[in-house]
Design a protein around this ligand. Structure first.
Ligand SMILES: N[C@@H](Cc1c[nH]c[nH+]1)C(=O)O
Length: 361
């Protein structure tokens, strides 16, 4: 039987710790409306949510995290600035890791504050790292904003940039797209035939799918336009590859990124933001020499992250997910803000994993 009392006790102690630091406790519902919220999670979590239905409310799903319902609550009624904490179960199917828990506790700390975004990032990281300090976990940070800026700066069509931005979360598909856009990978034969056909719909048979003829024609036109687009240059491709390879302590990573920014000016702003963040982290007492920066970090986590990301990891247990993780999710606030938005960053601790690894003392 699952022991719920020990993780619950730890969760409530951690939440009390965040409350003592000024966060307001919140208790979002377990069941969320699929209509308004499910798509915000992106493909991976959306596919792992337990979905059910209610006769009056339509499709509902069990919360796979707290961030989305907390953002919804804040955007509907919260005063600024705000700091929230919560603790409770989240639910995720685990088809790929049947040994992992499908329901587990999270204790979170979320900051909605427009005054000092890098300060808020350092604050969230430090609060969580301090709470887990006795465990000696490895800390890794990353920045989805750098990769986004690098993609935006590519000399190619907006359609290609949007496709790459959408696939940040699927490193293999991202790689395949990049190779195709750079002309390194051949266009698949079936696609080639489709593009060259005088009338691609000629032998298509009756309409049986969900897409209308007009939608299919628009898609073929887009593919043809793409086929006629010049490839992304080798030089730009190599710069993206070099960016993805940055994996160093935070101060060295910053140096490497500054070097890259000379040839890739589109990332300059994000790099200087990282410099300010490193300084803010040092101000919070974080030792930058032992803090790892990985440019690819966070690419397989929550798809709403759009800037700073971090995780605290048990290095000798690569089989386990991070004990704590979080990041910035500014765009999520505007999606739920009905015209309003606010910079926001937060993170969670998983008390169950803390206990599995021997606890906090
Ligand atoms: N909700 C995220 C963690 C997080 C909280 N705030 C920001 N990120 C998760 O479940 O992985």
């Amino acid at each position: 039987m699952i022991d719920r009392s020990a993780p619950r006790k730890l969760a409530s102690d951690l939440r009390a710790r965040f409350e003592a630091l000024g966060a307001v406790p919140v208790e979002p519902p377990f069941l969320l409306s699929a209509d308004t919220l499910l798509d915000l999670y992106g493909e991976d979590i959306r596919g792992r949510a337990y979905v059910t239905s209610d006769p009056a409310r339509g499709e509902m799903f069990m919360r796979p995290d707290f961030t989305v319902p907390v953002v919804q609550m804040h955007m509907a009624q919260g005063a600024e600035p705000a700091r929230y904490t919560y603790s409770g179960e989240v639910f995720r199917r685990q088809e790929e890791h049947p040994d992992r828990a499908i329901e587990f506790l999270q204790v979170g700390y979320e900051v909605f504050d427009r005054a000092d975004p890098v300060g808020a990032e350092a604050e969230v990281f430090a609060r969580i790292a301090e709470a887990l300090a006795p465990m000696g976990l490895k800390a890794v940070i990353g920045d989805i904003g750098l990769l986004r800026a690098a993609i935006e700066g590519l000399d190619t069509t907006q359609r290609r940039k949007s496709a790459l931005l959408r696939h940040i979360w699927h490193p293999r598909r991202f790689r395949a797209l990049l190779d195709r856009f750079a002309g390194r990978a051949p266009v698949p034969a079936a696609r080639e035939a489709l593009l060259n056909a005088a009338d691609p719909m000629a032998h298509a048979g009756p309409m049986i799918g969900l897409r209308s003829a007009a939608e299919i024609e628009a898609r073929i036109a887009a593919l043809r336009e793409d086929a006629a687009t010049a490839p992304i240059s080798e030089g730009q491709l190599e710069l993206i590859e070099a960016l993805l390879e940055v994996r160093e302590t935070a101060p060295y990573a910053l140096e490497q990124l500054r070097d890259l920014a000379v040839d890739m000016p589109s990332i300059s702003k994000a790099v200087e933001r990282m410099a300010a963040r490193n300084a803010a982290l040092a101000d919070m007492g974080i030792d930058l020499e032992t803090l790892s920066f990985e440019a690819t970090y966070g690419r397989t986590s929550m798809e709403y992250y759009d800037g700073f990301v971090f995780g605290l990891i048990a290095e000798d247990r690569p089989d386990l997910p991070p004990v704590a993780s979080g990041g910035r999710y500014d765009a999520l606030t505007s999606k739920l803000g009905q015209g309003r938005e606010i910079p926001a960053v937060g993170g969670v601790i998983r008390p169950g994993l803390v206990l599995d690894l021997g606890g906090l003392s």
